[in-house]
Design a protein. Structure first.
Length: 131
């Protein structure tokens, strides 16, 4: 009987851990897979300034005066913090997720979507979440 109680507790603890690990982004639901930037809103690599890690799948990048939300296909940002160095490569103008090469702690990240935040969304970001 003691074993059954322990096993049930372990299953419940595992479910709680998964629920926390898959908690929704504080920015709301991610954009649809494959979302790209329209011409005129593309990110310029030479103007990239800082970044902030929101959660294991979400990264904010500043480029000039704009802030972009990059959502990953997998949780490659898990365990990283915004002060960690980010490996980022792209050729000039980045409009599509596939045009952005990202890595952190030696793990390759696969961008799934990129959107430009509105000035209102940027202003609403908590201080610790601003790139």
């Amino acid at each position: 009987m003691m074993f059954k109680a322990f096993a049930l507790a372990a299953v419940l603890a595992g479910a709680a851990t998964l629920a926390v690990a898959d908690a929704p982004s504080p920015l709301g639901p991610p954009p649809p897979s494959g979302t790209a930037l329209p011409k005129g809103q593309c990110m310029l690599t030479e103007r990239i300034g800082g970044h902030a890690i929101v959660d294991k799948k979400t990264l904010l990048i500043s480029s000039a005066r704009d802030v972009y939300r990059v959502t990953m296909k997998q949780g490659c940002m898990g365990g990283a913090v915004s002060s960690d160095p980010l490996g980022l490569r792209g050729d000039g103008e980045i409009c599509k997720p596939s045009e952005l090469d990202l890595s952190i702690h030696g793990h390759v990240c696969f961008p799934d979507s990129i959107v430009k935040l509105t000035p209102q969304e940027v202003a609403a970001l908590p201080r610790g979440m601003r790139p």
